[in-house]
Design a protein around this ligand. Structure first.
Ligand SMILES: *Cc1c(COP(=O)(O)O)cnc(C)c1O
Length: 467
């Protein structure tokens, strides 16, 4: 049993050291929540208070909604704890952390087949969202320079992308005043279509976004076909509309599982790529990366040089101070796992995703949209005939699974297919085959439960459950 020393006015330290943990004063009265408390409390009491409160959060290991890393090995955790004090921006004070960032940039540039003569240009960020802002700005600045050089107006930029983009691209457009042009979904096509995208491209298009792969269903967008379509269009028109690939997840999957898939710098119009180190890069949040094809894809005006930390430090980022330890952990993974280690982990995730999707398809009422054969991510819907006749929706199933601790989100697809409700699983490192079996059993049990309800057939009562 653990005892804490709580020093109060009318007790000696010997007395208070015998108070059992949860009988201590700070743990038997309520605490100040929205105002800073007047006095101090012992560190272990504060620790217990906060840890206990956080037990109400979902269990991250049962969180099949997130793409973000929820497990790292003990050595990686130790290394991260050892380097909590590193500030990524202090490149002069922490030159080895800066060197490690540079190594990661080079490793990623080569994993993504940067041209041999190119100078690896890129940086770490807090995640793919910041990387998207930086990538989008580089597109906008490059486009404006081209327009100005031609003596043409440069005040109405637009960006072309599938409606299935992650919200960071909508943010980019709003924050940086770029008109978003969305390629709508069509029937059972749940991501961009190159021909439909080309219809939206004009002289004011700063770039086209290709996603590897889509957040909604884990499918890869056809980046090579986008490249070919732009090759033709640019040749016909004299425009130079480039591609930025949002490889938040796929940037760490395709190089290991599909080395021959053409989606990266081997395609001439792919000028920049972002990824999330904290997704399939296998690092705890938050770290992301952006790499440009070559030095001149990143306009010099966007880079700031400051000297007040000592030395001349080129910097392109939205943040200033930022943790350095996630970058250290990224390098740990590269060194520890190598190509083969990453391949094994991603293959295991894909195998589990394929296994799980086939099991879920076998239960009966569900139809797969994707099976986890691209990103280890798949989505399913209720079969049309089941959706019509039964009392439950996938929202109800998500709620029911939550009773067991599983977080398996249900959501509607974007515009044009908002009628379609899907449920999605993201398989990550740390999710074993055994856990997959347990989840299938729980889904089966939930379906049985819904079937046993009196209103199962005929009267839809999905709306009785909160959406
Ligand atoms: C997760 C994700 C993002 C945002 O990434 P963060 O690292 O969470 O900022 C952007 N695009 C896609 C395709 C994603 O899956």
């Amino acid at each position: 049993m653990v005892y804490y020393k709580v020093k109060t006015d009318n007790m000696s330290e010997e007395d208070t050291s015998l108070i059992p943990t949860y009988a201590a004063r700070a743990l038997t009265s309520s605490i100040s929540k929205y105002e800073i408390p007047t006095g101090e409390m012992p560190p272990q009491v504060a620790y217990n208070l906060i840890r206990d409160e956080l037990a109400l959060d979902g269990n991250s290991r049962l969180n099949l909604a997130t793409f973000v890393t929820t497990w790292m090995e003990p050595e990686a955790r130790q290394l991260m704890a050892d380097t909590f004090d590193k500030n990524m921006i202090d490149k002069d004070e922490y030159p080895q952390t800066a060197e490690i960032e540079l190594r990661c940039v080079n490793i990623l540039a080569r994993l993504w087949n940067t041209p041999a003569q190119a100078e690896a240009t890129g940086c770490s960020t807090i995640g793919s969202s910041e990387a998207a802002m930086l990538g989008g700005m580089a597109l906008k600045w490059k486009w404006r320079k081209r327009r100005q050089a031609q003596g043409k107006p440069a005040d109405r930029p637009n960006l072309v992308m599938g409606i299935n983009v992650q919200v960071c691209w909508e943010k980019f457009c709003r924050y940086w005043e770029v008109e978003p042009r969305f390629v709508p979904l069509e029937g059972n096509r749940f991501h961009i279509d190159p021909d439909a995208a080309m219809q939206l491209v004009d002289e004011n298009t700063i770039g086209v976004i290709g996603i590897l792969g889509s957040t909604f269903d884990g499918s890869y967008e056809p980046i090579a076909a986008l490249n070919d379509a732009l090759e033709t269009l640019n040749a016909q028109t004299g425009w130079e509309v480039p591609i930025h690939v949002d490889a938040a997840s796929g940037g760490f999957i395709a190089p290991f599982l599909e080395p021959d898939l053409m989606w990266d710098f081997r395609l001439p119009w792919v000028k920049s790529i972002n990824t999330s180190g904290h997704k399939y890069g296998l690092v705890y949040p938050g770290v992301g990366w952006i790499i440009w094809r070559d030095r001149d894809e990143l306009p010099e005006e966007l880079i700031f040089h400051c000297n007040y930390l000592g030395g001349d430090l080129p910097n392109f980022a939205l943040n200033f101070s930022r943790p350095g330890n996630q970058v250290v952990a990224q390098y740990y993974n590269f060194l520890r796992l190598g190509r083969e280690g990453y391949r094994k982990i991603q293959q295991a995730c894909r195998d589990t995703a394929l296994f799980l999707s086939s099991q879920i398809a076998e239960i009966g009422p569900f139809e797969l949209l994707t099976d986890g054969g691209e990103l280890p991510v798949f989505a399913w819907k209720l079969k049309d005939e089941v959706a019509v006749e039964t009392c439950y929706t996938l929202f109800d199933l998500a709620d029911k699974l939550r009773e067991r601790g599983w977080l398996v989100p249900a959501y509607t697809m974007p515009k044009n297919r908002e009628d379609l409700v899907v449920q999605r699983v993201v398989v990550k490192e740390g999710f074993s085959r055994d856990m997959a079996n347990l989840l299938v059993e729980d889904i089966r049990r939930a379906v049985e439960f819904f079937r046993s309800q009196p209103a199962y057939q005929g009267k839809p009562m999905g709306s009785h459950f909160h959406h």
